[in-house]
Design a protein. Structure first.
Length: 117
């Protein structure tokens, strides 16, 4: 399994993020997008969130046998469906492994999403 990760880079008074493969090679198309976010003066937290999301998506593409260049609307829909049905993991932490607590959090999140629309 290819592991793509978001890597924090800092120099002088600035911080930015890259998406890198397991061997440390950055992904040019992701670098371009993340650089665009920097140019638009998006917060570091926004840049970090997009970098983590891109790394997750690229890892999923690899596992699904797909290539970024051929990611069609149907492939993206499969990713979103799979992501929405998966267990919480990664950067999302939990202080309690109690399933009831996780269900409460899920219901709260769903209510928040409904309020956006």
């Amino acid at each position: 399994m290819a592991i793509f990760t978001a890597k924090r880079v800092s120099a002088a008074n600035t911080v930015w993020f890259l998406v890198v493969e397991g061997d440390g090679k950055s992904i040019p198309s992701c670098d371009d997008f993340l650089f665009h976010l920097r140019l638009r003066d998006c917060s570091v937290y926004t840049q970090r969130t997009y970098a983590i999301g891109l790394a997750h998506f690229l890892s999923w593409l690899h596992d699904a046998g797909e290539r970024l260049e051929h990611a069609s609307r149907q492939v993206i829909c499969r990713y979103i469906t799979g992501f929405s049905q998966s267990e919480l993991q990664g950067a999302i932490g939990s202080r309690s492994s109690d399933k009831v607590e996780a269900e409460k959090v899920g219901r709260h999140r769903d209510v928040g999403n409904i309020e956006l629309f």
